[in-house]
Design a protein around this ligand. Structure first.
Ligand SMILES: [Zn+2]
Length: 303
């Protein structure tokens, strides 16, 4: 019996060694989804993200290399709800049941309406931490379905991670409540923070629409200038994955029309919206990005 076990164990351990060399088991589109898959995978599966830190998913064009990575993966996870604007068709055309939108189980009644690249809902669901936990559960279940041999580890890793996310949700809510209600106006480059605003009590405004693919026009600049000027909003926020020029134009207009300077929060304090920061930095994980954002927002808007 022992001998049989050893004979069985040798090919298994060789297979495990080979694991390091082979192509990714799980391919995901954004760094935000990659973080959840890696936390659940815990090193048992190789996770690879097509988009790296700071990449704008609305504008991303898949390369020839991406297409072959997609076709060889055992499981492909993407956000869906038309977040991956130019890639959505490619993803939806992949054969077999191995391509899954992590938002597919969300109750449509909980989604916010938006007109985006052919879709009808706002795809930035990860900014409501509680809503994102439903997506994390979907990622866990899809990974278990594809790699059932790791089910106990995946379940345990997901349990620990979901507990962390529940604590994070409470932390964000508490920090948001520390701001007086009249200071909870969040102005950013594009409309990525709708779910954040709904969950944590902010009114949110973006210069561009829900997709960065929609150019901002003079009407958008005027509308935002008036809003900032009339409310005397003290600070507006750039995003790591969107160029800041548009917001600078708005702030110049506020200064000449309303005679006050608004702080443009950027550089190291820029908000993470659709992509994480570099690995190893505080914004390099989902928990770190959410915490960075709420800390920067509350510090800049506090009276
Ligand atoms: Zn976006």
């Amino acid at each position: 019996m022992t001998r049989i076990c050893i004979l069985l164990a040798i090919p298994l351990s060789l297979a495990a060694l080979g694991c390091k060399q082979r192509s990714p088991d799980v391919v995901v589109t954004t760094s935000i989804i990659a973080d959840a898959a890696e936390r659940i995978g815990g090193g048992h599966v190789k996770v690879s993200s097509l988009m790296g830190p700071g990449v704008d998913p609305h504008q991303y064009q898949p390369s020839a290399g991406d297409l072959s990575t997609l076709s060889s993966a055992k499981l492909v996870l993407y956000n869906g709800l038309h977040l991956e604007g130019k890639m959505t068709d490619v993803l939806e055309r992949q054969p077999g049941g191995r391509v899954v939108a992590v938002t597919h189980r969300l109750d449509h009644g909980k989604l916010m309406s938006a007109d985006i690249d052919g879709g009808a809902h706002d795809p930035h669901v990860w900014f409501d931490v509680r809503l994102w936990t439903v997506c994390v559960e979907t990622i866990r279940d899809e990974m278990i379905a594809r790699f059932p041999e790791h089910e106990p580890a995946f379940r345990e890793n997901a349990r620990v991670y979901l507990n962390e996310l529940n604590a994070l949700d409470a932390e964000v809510r508490q920090k948001a409540l520390s701001l007086p209600p009249d200071r909870r106006t969040l102005v950013t480059s594009h409309d990525a923070f709708g779910y954040f605003g709904r969950a944590y009590g902010f009114e949110v405004f973006g210069l561009q629409g829900v997709s960065t693919g929609a150019e901002s026009g003079t009407g958008d600049v005027k509308r935002l200038t008036q809003l900032i000027g009339e409310r005397r909003v003290p600070a507006v926020f750039t995003e790591t994955s969107v160029p800041p020029q548009g917001l600078k134009q708005v702030l110049d207009a506020v200064e000449s029309k309303y005679r006050f300077r608004v702080r443009l929060v950027g550089d190291a304090d820029a908000l993470f919206s659709d992509a994480l920061g570099e690995p190893g930095t505080p914004g390099g994980t989902y928990v770190g990005m959410v915490r960075h954002n709420i800390d920067v927002i509350t510090a800049a808007l506090r009276p």
